[in-house]
Design a binder for this molecule. Structure first.
Ligand SMILES: [Zn+2]
Ligand SMILES: [Zn+2]
Length: 392
């Protein structure tokens, strides 16, 4: 007999104290990008206790891990992703402690229910989602080779199974001018701050001609040293985003041209430093999405009815969705106004509503993975969808 929702619900019910304990433990020791030492060690030890065999990362990826449960069949290989990095200053205000807790809970439920009937079940611990690009580095190191599908669930202020996400890149612009006395000899100076201000004005004009959903936003990181010195150096840092790869490339190119024009007008020399860790657009796998949505519906947790391109950010799961079928549903832990990365969201993470919805989501995740193992046609369809999109 095939396993499904009813089994997942029963098993997650038993695991409720375990899942809540993990969520709280990670929440109480917030660790930022690549420094998730205690969090990853704790998750690894819990998985080992449950019979998973664990491989840990090295060097920059020392807080990454892979925990494997092998059934009798080799295929398919399904990865549940766990994030556990916190934000600077405001701790787990993105609720990644919940991603890890419900991911471990779902994996354990699948193992307990299907046992040897599983294919290969992995929990992959992916550090540094908040700007560090952990998954990018892990893709490069081959951690996802042989994985047929990847799935995780993220807390939010809304519940939505299928959504898109924007590609994002950070670019810094350094303007070099020439210092001079601002009152006695301004004509001998070259004002680097003018370069920065021209750049902001050019970007603001460009906004009228950008593709839908694109974003560009920046800050001045250096604006001079004293008002009586013509600034010899000024700099700005921008983030630029697009919904598709062509839009993303278009936006980067336009931003670069704005900067070149800004420097030319001010007579400055320009240096551009682009962060090579760009996040790519997230393409949700709708085949898996349908299965997950149906399971989530059965838990009683309703989707918020918000469109798939509304209120979207960026994540390194975008890069993963470009190499394999991936799903990243969101579940509400707060009400509409308390958004991720806020103090109100931080409060909601351990709230009754937050915990309740985390457990429902764990049930839906476990049921979905059970169905993916039990129905080989589903993985095939998810892969066909992925390949259509790549050709697309
Ligand atoms: Zn976040
Ligand atoms: Zn997050």
């Amino acid at each position: 007999m095939k396993h499904g929702f009813a089994d997942a619900r029963r098993e997650i019910k038993k695991l409720e104290p375990f899942i809540s304990h993990i969520s709280r433990r990670i929440f109480e020791t917030p660790e930022t990008n690549f420094q998730e030492i205690k969090s990853s060690a704790f998750l690894v030890s819990e998985l080992q206790k449950q019979g998973f065999s664990v491989k840990r990362g090295k060097g920059r990826l020392k807080t990454a891990f892979e925990a494997v449960w092998r059934g009798k069949r080799k295929n398919p290989t399904i990865a549940i992703l766990a994030e556990y990095d916190a934000l600077p200053e405001i701790g787990h205000a993105c609720g990644h402690n919940m991603i890890a807790a419900l991911g471990l809970g779902a994996a354990l439920a699948v193992k307990n229910i299907a046992g040897k009937k599983c294919g290969t079940l992995k929990v992959i611990g992916t550090p540094a989602e908040e700007g560090g690009g952990g998954k990018l580095l892990m893709i490069k190191e081959g951690w996802f080779n042989g994985v047929d599908a990847a799935i995780m669930a993220h807390p939010s202020n809304k519940t939505r199974v299928v959504s898109r996400m924007l590609a994002v890149m950070e670019i810094e612009f350094l303007f070099y001018g020439k210092a001079s006395h601002a009152a006695a000899h301004p004509e001998l100076g070259i004002n680097a701050l003018d370069g920065v201000i021209n750049l902001f004005n050019a970007v603001n004009a460009m906004r009228q001609q950008t593709p839908d959903f694109s974003r560009v936003h920046g800050i001045i990181t250096h604006g001079g040293d004293a008002p009586n010195i013509i600034p010899e150096f000024a700099s700005a840092k921008f983030m630029v985003r697009g919904l598709t790869m062509p839009d993303f490339k278009f936006m980067i190119e336009r931003l670069r041209r704005c900067a070149a024009g800004a420097a030319k007008t001010a007579g400055c020399r320009l240096k551009i430093k682009a962060n090579p860790l760009a996040y790519h657009p997230f393409e949700p796998n709708r085949t898996m999405g349908k299965v997950f949505a149906e399971n989530l519906r059965k838990t009683g947790l309703k989707e918020s009815g918000i469109g798939e391109t509304e209120e979207i950010g960026s994540s390194d799961i975008g890069n993963l969705s470009q190499v394999l079928p991936a799903l990243h549903p969101e579940f509400a832990v707060s009400d509409g106004e308390a958004v991720n990365h806020s103090r109100d969201f931080l409060k909601a993470v351990l709230s009754k509503k937050g915990t309740g919805n985390m457990l429902k989501t764990a049930t839906a995740l476990a049921a979905t993975v059970l169905e993916l193992f039990g129905n080989p046609g589903l993985i095939k369809e998810a892969k066909r969808e992925f390949l259509r999109l790549k050709k697309g």
